[in-house]
Design a protein around this ligand. Structure first.
Ligand code: PEP
Ligand code: MN
Length: 275
């Protein structure tokens, strides 16, 4: 049994990353490009998303790409650029670790470490990331059951690191019209099973910029704890995940509609069945 992650232990946990809460009353927004590409790109995006109301910045430096011929990220130099942008814009940052060797640089420079979908069951990485003491954003593997997600979280919790946020980023389906299948029911079932916060990643779930806003609103209305979305100053020029990046006006509109939804809801979030 996943005894540390289980809801039997407590009804819900609030996880904080550099003071940003996940799992409290609010809906926490993380935004930024798929990957850091240049100083100008990450600085502009960091300042913009912070101004628009995002609480955390995201950007990859070590990129898990399907093809070895695709852009692989800027590596350690990219982490430095994200850290500088995060300081300039005064917004904490989350960056993915692809391997244990990435952890020391991430530890010195960022506020939260992401374990990506492809590494959800890399148990050595989970243990090493947990031992850094940093909060961990743990993404669901593309074909992981909820029990497998919770056992993966358990590997982090068992190291004495209680700061785990789970992320539904879509599971593998059969129809290429969407990149993955956004499993809202699965994310809500997770919240019935665990006290840990659960957020949505509509960017990787859908692979389409047009579907990001409605999925974020659905996640908020359903009582999930936040969302992580990809935003780029010039989406057609993005070096990775071109189709799913929001441009700045689309992100502004999303944040406006999210605020309106939350304000219109009787007790902040209406259908928060799992709280
Ligand atoms: C990402 O967030 O940049 C990413 C690669 O996501 P995932 O691991 O969910 O595919
Ligand atoms: Mn991406």
């Amino acid at each position: 049994m996943y005894k540390l992650a289980s809801k039997d232990r407590r009804p819900h946990s609030v996880v904080r990353a550099a003071g940003v809460p996940f799992g409290g009353e609010g809906f926490t927004m993380i935004a930024g490009p798929c990957a850091v590409e240049s100083r100008a790109q990450i600085e502009r995006t960091a300042c913009f998303v912070a101004e628009a109301g995002a609480q955390m910045l995201r950007a990859g430096a070590y990129k898990p790409r399907t093809s070895p011929y695709s852009f692989q990220g800027l590596g350690d130099d990219g982490v430095e650029l994200i850290a500088q942008a995060s300081r300039t814009a005064q917004i904490p940052a989350v960056v993915e670790a692809m391997s244990e060797t990435d952890l020391p640089v991430l530890c010195r420079n960022v506020d939260m470490i992401q374990i990506g979908a492809r590494n959800m069951q890399n148990f050595a990485l989970l243990t090493a990331a947990a031992r850094t003491g940093k909060p961990i954003l743990l993404k669901r593997g593309p074909s992981a059951t909820l029990d497998e997600v919770l056992y993966a979280a358990e590997y982090i919790l068992i190291e004495g690191n209680p700061n785990v946020v789970l992320c539904e980023r879509g599971i593998r389906g059969f129809d290429p019209q969407t990149r993955n299948v956004f499993d809202l029911a699965g994310a809500l079932r997770l919240k019935e099973l665990t006290h840990l916060p659960v957020i949505a990643d509509p960017s990787h779930a859908t692979g389409r910029a047009s579907l990001i806003e409605p999925i974020v609103l659905a996640a908020a209305a359903a009582g999930l704890d936040g969302a992580i979305v990809e935003v780029h100053p010039d989406p057609p020029a993005a070096l990775s995940d071109v189709e799913q990046a929001l441009d700045f006006p689309a992100f502004t509109r999303l944040m406006g509609r999210l605020r309106a939804l939350i304000q219109a809801s009787p007790s902040n979030i209406p259908l928060a069945a799992c709280r």
